[in-house]
Every structure is written in structure tokens, then in C-alpha cells.
Design a protein around this ligand. Structure first.
Ligand code: BGC
Length: 834
């Protein structure tokens, strides 16, 4: 899974793993960049003619509210920060704002014509050639990224603590996105579990593992809402919905940070990428985002805000620009919203070389201006640009950057360092976890099982559904490039797991066949991105000889994640042809889709009886899939993103705004014709998703009835006054009408009609996982309060007006059982808003 790239990088085992085939890093790209990127170019020196600062009046006012993290606001901690800050030189202060990766003992001299590495190609301007060891020993380095392992982190920490004048420890951050050594499903898959408590447990587990390797800071969670699966980073988030995204965001923070940052096994979180990075135009990586403030606040900001409310210690500013202002120099986002409105009191770190990239965005003509714009906008720490350390001294001397801004940035960093207990415990203590922990396997297996989404499970000619498999199907053919592929089971950002720890589907099915006395026939069929049909005949032969075929198709892990945007959403290579050839044998087929995004499954949905989306399941992939295929665990996942019928529908999401020409009552599966043309529709494809948000089947069935609200009239004054406790309860009875005990994700959707700003056709406002025995019923209730019922008004404030609400409760975003209630201005009176 993680392979060593030989170029100038053999500074150690754990720190030197690169994902072959990916851009040079998952975890560790930075090392390559740092050892081979060089040049502290003359252009990096402050220019006398650096663009001057705008007048203060054009900057956004900052209003301070309650601090988001109580631990960071502790007066005793602040006193320690004060004492330390008073002793610091300017150079030492700037050092706290600077972040590099491990350089080993690299000499700070440019390496001419060396393999410059992926990041040098992208960002030659930001090429740094620093010696991180020297910086650490002289108090000119505050934090390090993707430097892991007890030995390595302790080495650097000793330099900082023993040698530097003020003994300030380093903070080690890393991209621990879905597990450190024991890997769980990619975040998009995890979101399909609709199980925040599970996410708390998993993220705490990852934090416990990583702290044994010196990592005290995770660049996670990524909470960017993504409504366009072309964007490769879709895999790193919770999908298209703000409510689900916010619930997941809170869960990650609770798991990472626990109830105290200083407890062993806790890490500081970095919520990323602030903000709206997931709305990159056309799904193209690093691209522009542009949207109204209402949409930003209503649909994109809630997960970041939830994470901040949960006490997230740090935030990462994004690469993208938002409405023309790059997020890493955006005072509106960082100073006004994040710090002013939300009271965020942690620190902001830039994304990788994002400060340098302000020049590429064209809002800074020189490094000095980029630096000034970033720090005055609220970016405290410069990750890898090599700008803060080279530019800030002169900017401060010339008064272009006030000392107070630097002091405050340093305070924010020091607060986190004190709160995490780094001053007391700078080194790794205890035994380092170096591989998948057997005690953690059951949890990551459960997570994978919960993440799978059963998209289709048709009955065969004998009247039985294909899944779950039974031992009566004596000969099982397993075909496909992902059937026995360890490396791709973990997907993008695979942490520091060992490939040898991963259980493939072939391994697990072989074991199951042995237990059941059945036969497993395996052949690869094709590669993930191949054009050769050489393996097709063996695949067809295996299928013909079998009672059931399991086809393991999809993307490689590297096809999503950072810089993994795709313009085509179909199965890569010739996998579609393999699928068609295998289906043509007439044997029952179970199609497993491994992917970091929704793919196009239109043909499969018409021809394949059973389809299970398994994302990238992690270390226990094979065992978890086998358990679900054989029905030990019934599938319970629901889609966190809509699966399209055609790429041209994107961005496709369920909670769209209504249009003036809704195609109500029209058969959209037919091309537009007489009387059906002038509606909001395509002439060549239905508007709807192939598999909508919230959708997922089980091996049982669930029925919904009796959707009720505790009151159908609420006084507006009461709704506006009471912002914390529920205003009403929505309930429904859900019954397991099938023959197996199974878990359903019960979902509550709301529509608000008659408001001053048009509102989505429906929005998720609650969900609950419920396990029911056959025939068992439960009334499930959803509290609805100001948070659920408000919308963002023209003044960019959350508001409730006297309007009409519809509530649906059911098993997907197509839930049809509904009821209504109203918010009224005065008792006994219906408002004339409709
Ligand atoms: C990514 C971030 C990541 C950082 C550090 C960047 O390229 O956008 O998500 O945390 O690198 O590795």
C-alpha cells in the first residue's frame, strides 16, 4: 500500500513511504518536496515595492463571541502563554508560525537537476530548501507535517526541547484521515453508516494509535460538502448533505479530541478545508468556487461550524478561492465568520503551500504581499510555503504587518501546545503501534459492514433474492481486479497501515468456502485500467462453471482523493465490457463496486440482479464483505451522495431548490415531446438520481406509517425566542416487515414553503439507526427546533418566518409518508403567506 520512493528519501522507514501511482504523498509527500525543492530565491526577499496594505476600512470588522474551545480559553493557560511570549524574540515568534516536513539532515543548498518531485513541479516558486533539524534546534520551527514514528518525532523533539533557547516543543501533524495503522472505510463510506457514535469510536482509536507514533495533530476531518462526484476529494468527506456532514464533523472532533486535548490518546483536530472547497467548479481539483452567501451559509458552512462548536482546536484554510477571494487570504471567512461569529479560538494553518499559491491566484504579485494578505486575513501558520519565515521580518519592520497580529497568531499556536500537554509530555511514551492492532480489527470490520450500501437485490427465476448467499450455491466464481488487491482496499489517504495487514476478498471468501465446503473459483478478468481482454475468456469460463458470480469492480484508490478529479464517472478501463461478458453467461451476478465516489451504474442497474457499493473498506475489507454477502450481518448503509444516471446531471443532489417549471406529473424517462418540453428537465435523461441520497436496501423490509407532529401550529414569537430546545417532535412508526432482524436508518426530511427565500424541495433534519426484529415496530421521534427549521435570510442570519412546513419520515430522500405544520404570527390565525 505504501511504497518507498527512492529519490533522496531514505531517511527512515516509517517516514518515507510514498504511495506509488499517486502524487508523491499520502502521508509523506512533503518529505520528497522538502528534500528536493530548493531555492530560497532572490525573488523571495521582500521587495521595496511590495503591494501596500489596503486601508483598514476595507477589512471586515471582527466581533468576538464566546470562545469555541473552553480549554484554550483557560486563564491559567493564558498566563503561561503570556509569560512565554514575553521572552520570545521576533525570530522565535515567527518560528512558531512555520511548518515543514522532515528533511533529515538535508543541506540547505539547492540540488541542481535533481528529481525535483511532484510538489516542485507544481510549485517551483515555493520550493524550499530548509534544514528542519537546524530550524528545530534554533527555535525557528513550530510544527511538522507527516513526520511520524516514535524515533523520528523524538529526534526532532529533542532538538527543539533540549537545544532551542526556550525549549518550546514541536507539534507533529499528519493526514490521518481514516485510520492510522488499522484502517477503516474512507470517510464517504463511513458517512453511509449514518452512525456518528461509530465515527467517535473509530477516530478515537486512530488517535490512540497515532499518538504512540508522536502524532498529536490530525489534518482531519475534511468536512467539505460535495455535490459533484467528479471532484476526487468527495471520498474524503461525508457527501452532499449539510445535516449529515455536520453530524459526522462533530463525531470526528469528539473522537479525536476527547474531553481534553491533554489526555493521552487525544489529538488536536484540523477541520478542513475552510471553506467551500467541495464546490470546485466542474468538479475540477483546486478550482474556483463561487456562490451566494445564503448558499454558503445554508449548505456549505454548517459542518465547519458544527466542528468549531464541538471545540475543534485548529482549522485548515483551503486552496480554492471563494467569490474571487482565495480562502487562504480571506478575512471574510477567517476573521469575520470563523473568529468573529463562531468565536473560534484555535489556530488556522494554511493548506500545503497555499500562501505561496496566492501569487498564482493573482492577488499577490510578490511573496511579501502574499504573506501580508494571508496573515492579516487570519492564517496563523504557513504550511510549506517558506514565506512567513522569509517575509515576515521585513514586513514587521516596515510596519506593513502589525506586531500585534503576529503576537496573536503565536498565542494561538502556543495555546494549543499548552492545551495538548506537549510541554509536560513532549516525547512519545509507551509502546509504538506499528501495525494493524488485532484488538482494533472488530471495530474497523464493523465500520466496513455498516458502510456498505445494497443498491439492488432482485429475485431470480426461482423467486429467491440473490443475496444473502447460501451454501446451496456450491461453486462461487470470484472475478475482478479488486478481488485480491490489498493496496486498493484502503483507498486514498491510507494512513500508515501495512499492506500485509489487509484481508482481501479472495482470502476471506476462500476461508468461508473451506468452512462451508463450497468451491471458490478465482480469476482477475482484467486490470483496473486495462484495455486488454486477455483475461476475459478465463473469466467467462469461471462464470459458466459457477452457481453464482461475485464481480469485484471499480476504481483504484488513487482515482479519488486529492488531485483525483474525473470527467467520466463510469467503470475505468474495460471493466464495463468484462461486466457485460460475465452477465451474458446468464449466471446470477453480484456486483461489488469499490469506489471513492458515486459511479455510473445505469447499465448494471438494468442487467445485474445484485449490486453492493463497498467504497474502500480498509484493513478488514475481505472479512466485512464476506460477512455481508453471506448474511451474517445484513447491510444497513444508506447513500451519502446521489448516484447519477449520466455525468451530465452533475452536480446532482437531492435538496435542490424548486424551479418555476417543475416537471410534475411528467414521465421523465421518455424524451421530451408535446406538452412536456418547456419544463426544467433534460430531453435525454430523467432528472432523478439512479440511486438517491439516503437510499439503501436491507435483507429485510421496512414499512412506515402514521407520521405525526406533536403540534401543528407554532407561534412565531416562540420559535424565534427558543433557540435551543425543540419546538415540536415529528414521529413515525417503522416496522420490520421482513423475516430477519435488521437495522434501518430512519430519516426525517423537512420542507419549508412560503418563506421570503425559496427553500429546498426537502432537507434532511434528523436520522436514527434502529434495529428491529421481524414483525417488530417502533415509534421513532425527531426533535425539531430552531436549528432544524430556520433558514438563512437576506441579512445572512438564520431566521424562521410564519410559513408552512411539510415533514416526511422514511427510509430515503424519497420518503413519501408526510404530515404538515405551520408557524403562525398570532394564535388562532393562519398567515396569508401562500
Ligand atoms: C491537502 C491537505 C493535506 C495537506 C498536508 C494538502 O495538499 O489539500 O488536505 O492535509 O496537503 O498533507
Amino acid at each position: 500500500m505504501l511504497r518507498v520512493n527512492s529519490t533522496k528519501c531514505d531517511v527512515g522507514d516509517a517516514i518515507m513511504k510514498f504511495d506509488a501511482g499517486r502524487r508523491a504523498s499520502v502521508f509523506f509527500r512533503g518529505i520528497l518536496a522538502c528534500t528536493v525543492l530548493c531555492l530560497v530565491p532572490a525573488e523571495c526577499e521582500p521587495r521595496a515595492a511590495a503591494q501596500t496594505a489596503p486601508p483598514a476600512s476595507t477589512q471586515h470588522p471582527v466581533k468576538f463571541t464566546r470562545p469555541s474551545n473552553a480549554q484554550l480559553a483557560d486563564p491559567a493557560l493564558e498566563a503561561r502563554v503570556d509569560r512565554l511570549l514575553r521572552q520570545m524574540t521576533l525570530e522565535e515568534k515567527i518560528g512558531q508560525l512555520v511548518q515543514y516536513n522532515d528533511t533529515g539532515e538535508a543541506s540547505p543548498v539547492p540540488v541542481a537537476n535533481a528529481n525535483q518531485g511532484a510538489m516542485a513541479a507544481v510549485n517551483p516558486e515555493a520550493a524550499n530548501h530548509v534544514n528542519a533539524m537546524d530550524l528545530a534546534a534554533t527555535g525557528r520551527l513550530g510544527s511538522m507535517l507527516n513526520t511520524i514514528g516514535a524515533e523520528h518525532t523524538n529526534t526532532y523533539q529533542h532538538l527543539a526541547v533540549d537545544k532551542s533557547r526556550l525549549h518550546i516543543p514541536l507539534l507533529f501533524g499528519a493526514d490521518v484521515i481514516h485510520g492510522f495503522r488499522t484502517i477503516y472505510p474512507v470517510p464517504l463510506g463511513l458517512a453511509a453508516s449514518f452512525d456518528p457514535e461509530l465515527v467517535v469510536a473509530l477516530s478515537h482509536m486512530a488517535a490512540e494509535e497515532a499518538t504512540t507514533a508522536g502524532v498529536r495533530w490530525f489534518y482531519s476531518p475534511m468536512v467539505d460538502i460535495s455535490r459533484d462526484p467528479r471532484w476526487g476529494r468527495t471520498v474524503e468527506g461525508a457527501g452532499e448533505d449539510a445535516y449529515l456532514g455536520a453530524a459526522m464533523a462533530r463525531a470526528y472532533i469528539r473522537g479525536y479530541q476527547g474531553d481534553s486535548l491533554s489526555k493521552p490518546g487525544s489529538v488536536a483536530a484540523s477541520v478542513k478545508h475552510f471553506a467551500a472547497y467541495g464546490a470546485a467548479e466542474a468538479g475540477r481539483e483546486y478550482n474556483t468556487t463561487d456562490m451566494s452567501e445564503i448558499r454558503l451559509r445554508q449548505d456549505y458552512l454548517p459542518p465547519y461550524q458544527a466542528a468549531v462548536e464541538e471545540g475543534a482546536a485548529t482549522i485548515m484554510s483551503a486552496f480554492n478561492s471563494l467569490n474571487g477571494v482565495p480562502a487562504s487570504a480571506n478575512p471574510f471567512l477567517l476573521n469575520r465568520i470563523l473568529r468573529g461569529e463562531w468565536g473560534f479560538n484555535g489556530f488556522v494553518v494554511s493548506d500545503y503551500t497555499a500562501v505561496m499559491e496566492l501569487m498564482n491566484h493573482g492577488i499577490a504579485l510578490d511573496p511579501a504581499t502574499a504573506t501580508r494578505k494571508a496573515i492579516t486575513a487570519g492564517v496563523d501558520v504557513d504550511m510549506m510555503s517558506h514565506f512567513y519565515d522569509t517575509q515576515l521580518p521585513a514586513l514587521i519592520r516596515s510596519g506593513q504587518v502589525p506586531m500585534a497580529i503576529v503576537d496573536e497568531a503565536v498565542r494561538r499556536v502556543l495555546r494549543v501546545k499548552f492545551a495538548t500537554g506537549l510541554f509536560e509530555h513532549p516525547y512519545v511514551e509507551g509502546v509504538e503501534v506499528k501495525g494493524a492492532a488485532s484488538a482494533h480489527r472488530p471495530l474497523v470490520r464493523q465500520a466496513a459492514e455498516e458502510s456498505f450500501v445494497l443498491l439492488q437485490n432482485d429475485k431470480l427465476a426461482d423467486g429467491a433474492q440473490v443475496l444473502p448467499l447460501t451454501p446451496a450455491r456450491k461453486r462461487v466464481a470470484l472475478i475482478g481486479p479488486l478481488a485480491d488487491d490489498k493496496g486498493d482496499m484502503v483507498g486514498a489517504w491510507a494512513g500508515a497501515g501495512n499492506e500485509g495487514d489487509i484481508v482481501t476478498l479472495r482470502q476471506a471468501l476462500a476461508q468461508r468456502a473451506q468452512q462451508l465446503g463450497t468451491t471458490l473459483l478465482y480469476t482477475e478478468g482484467t486490470e483496473i485500467e486495462s484495455t486488454s481482454q486477455a483475461g476475459f475468456s478465463a473469466a467467462i469460463e469461471a462464470a459458466r462453471a459457477a452457481d453464482v458470480v461475485i464481480l469485484a469492480l471499480g476504481e483504484s484508490g488513487a482515482m479519488s482523493g486529492e488531485a483525483g478529479s474525473r470527467a467520466h464517472l463510469d467503470l475505468p478501463g474495460n471493466q464495463q465490457q468484462l461486466l457485460e461478458a460475465v452477465v451474458a453467461t446468464g449466471k446470477p451476478v453480484v456486483l461489488l463496486i469499490f469506489s471513492g465516489r458515486p459511479l455510473l451504474l445505469e447499465w448494471a442497474a438494468r442487467h445485474v440482479p445484485a449490486i453492493l457499493e463497498v467504497w474502500f473498506p480498509g484493513t478488514e475489507a475481505g472479512n466485512a464483505i464476506t460477512n455481508v454477502l453471506y448474511g451474517d450481518v445484513p447491510p444497513s448503509g444508506k447513500l451519502p451522495m446521489s448516484f447519477p444516471r449520466a455525468t451530465g446531471q452533475e452536480p446532482l443532489y437531492y435538496n435542490q431548490l424548486p424551479t418555476g417549471r417543475p416537471p410534475t406529473g411528467i414521465d421523465l424517462s421518455k424524451p421530451s415531446g408535446d406538452g412536456t418540453r418547456f419544463f426544467s428537465r433534460y430531453i435525454d435523461v430523467a432528472n432523478s438520481a439512479l440511486f438517491p441520497f439516503g437510499f439503501g436496501l436491507s435483507y429485510s423490509n421496512f414499512a412506515y406509517k402514521d407520521v405525526q407532529v406533536s403540534t401543528n401550529r407554532i407561534l412565531l414569537a416562540q420559535a424565534l425566542k427558543n433557540r435551543t430546545t425543540p419546538l415540536l417532535e415529528a414521529t413515525a412508526i417503522v416496522t420490520n416487515t421482513g423475516e430477519r432482524t435488521a437495522t434501518e436508518v430512519v430519516q426525517c426530511y423537512v420542507r419549508n414553503l412560503g418563506a421570503s427565500i425559496e427553500q429546498p424541495v426537502r432537507s434532511l433534519k434528523g436520522f436514527r439507526r434502529v434495529t428491529l426484529a421481524p414483525g417488530e415496530s417502533k415509534r421513532i421521534s425527531f426533535p425539531l427546533g430552531f436549528k432544524e427549521l430556520s433558514f438563512i435570510n437576506m441579512e445572512s442570519e438564520p431566521a424562521i418566518e410564519a410559513t408552512h412546513y411539510t415533514v416526511w419520515i422514511g427510509g430515503s430522500s424519497l420518503a413519501s409518508q408526510e404530515t404538515n405544520f405551520e408557524v403562525v404570527s398570532s394564535p388562532g390565525m393562519a398567515d396569508s403567506h401562500r
